[in-house]
Design a protein around this ligand. Structure first.
Ligand code: AMP
Length: 341
């Protein structure tokens, strides 16, 4: 029997609940400090206790996963805590395309893939000297927005960067990525591409709540001006959103363009869940600043099914369950190699 394994964090509860609902065995790779939390959930069949998630690379852990015929579901914690080389060296079959995770982590590659997919993007700013209007300064990888800051001039950039270095939020030699700030309504668009059915599904939309940029917006301008703190974009949670129906056609087009581009640049393409992240401006024009090439934590909102999936499935379907369904279907038709790398 196939089993589903994932790291205990991010969206692991949803992933394993979905797998259990589909009748698969569930395994959690769990840091010892979180054992108590995860023991609360009866749908987790087995815990592999580790001191650090990196142990997933050790023979001992991989052997255990192999004995269980496990498929590893990658999520944000895997991308944030392991290098691309480490992820690519995982011997356990990884759901989706582990090679595309490098394109998510590396800013230059990320921008290249987004251009290939013709996603409308904010202009990158090549150096602090070139800052002419409001920009957002980002760190590499899935840092969850921690240590990001906004700047409106080179001087502003230098002051804030130095402050964050002093506060040990970022390091001195850390390469930072500067991008024009895009204002509007945040929308994180989640899709699922099935290589078995060669079909793209639109799953849903979420918004991220980020501290302390949101906290700052709750205080009057007078106090904001007095605040010396550099606000960051650390994700605290997510909430649901539905789009004007007239926007859906373009949403599907963006998803399809992304799938086609990924097929061209990083075989076997964008299989499984992914997310295109951006904002809608006052003309309902979408600008995308990011993508995630795997399940996003925003899908946790829809553990009981999303509005758009209730249009496609006559049953409650979470993203975790959709992944497990794909694995079940591929097992039945002997096509696991099509959906894992
Ligand atoms: P990211 O790591 O790129 O997903 O960015 C984290 C957060 O920063 C996002 O959820 C947005 O709130 C914000 N953000 C990132 N890029 C931009 C941008 N170009 N314009 C406006 N906000 C942005």
């Amino acid at each position: 029997m196939t089993s589903i394994a994932t790291l205990g964090s991010h969206c692991s509860l949803q992933v394993l609940k979905g797998a259990k609902d589909e009748g698969l065995k569930t395994i959690l790779i769990c840091e010892k400090k979180r054992e108590k939390l995860y023991r609360r959930f009866p749908f987790i069949d087995e815990l592999i206790l580790v001191d650090s998630f990196k142990e997933v690379l050790d023979d001992k852990c991989q052997k255990k996963l192999q004995e269980n015929n496990a498929i590893l579901i990658p999520h944000g914690t895997l991308v944030a805590q392991m290098s691309s080389e480490e992820i690519e060296s995982i011997k356990t079959p990884v759901f989706g395309n582990k090679w595309i995770l490098r394109w998510e982590s590396d800013r230059v590659m990320k921008e290249k893939l987004m251009r290939e997919a013709t996603l409308p993007m904010p202009n990158p700013v090549s150096s602090p000297k070139e800052i002419k209007k409001l920009v957002i300064v980002k760190r590499q990888g899935a840092a969850g927005g921690k240590g990001y800051f906004m700047a409106s001039s080179e001087e502003d950039y230098n002051t804030k960067r130095e402050q964050l270095i002093l506060e040990k939020v970022i390091s001195k030699d850390e390469p930072l990525y500067i991008q024009e700030y895009a204002a509007g309504v945040l929308a994180y668009l989640t899709f699922f591409y099935s290589p078995l059915r060669e079909e793209l599904e639109f799953f849903g939309v979420d918004q991220r709540h980020e501290s302390d940029i949101e906290g700052l917006a709750r205080i009057p301008a007078q106090q904001q001006l007095n605040s010396q703190k550099v606000p960051s974009f650390n994700v605290i949670g997510n909430s649901p959103l539905v789009l004007r129906e007239s926007l859906l056609d373009e949403v599907y087009t963006m998803g399809e363009n992304f799938v086609k581009a990924a097929k061209r640049v990083v075989a076997p393409g964008m299989n499984g869940p992914f997310c295109i992240e951006g904002v809608y401006d006052e003309n309902a024009k979408f600008t995308s600043f990011e993508f995630s090439a795997r399940i996003v934590a925003g899908s946790n909102i829809y553990m009981d099914g999303s509005p758009y999936y209730s249009l496609l499935f006559n049953e409650t379907m979470s993203m975790g369950k959709r992944i497990a369904r794909e694995i079940k279907n591929a097992t039945a038709s002997n096509e696991l190699d099509k959906i894992t790398t």
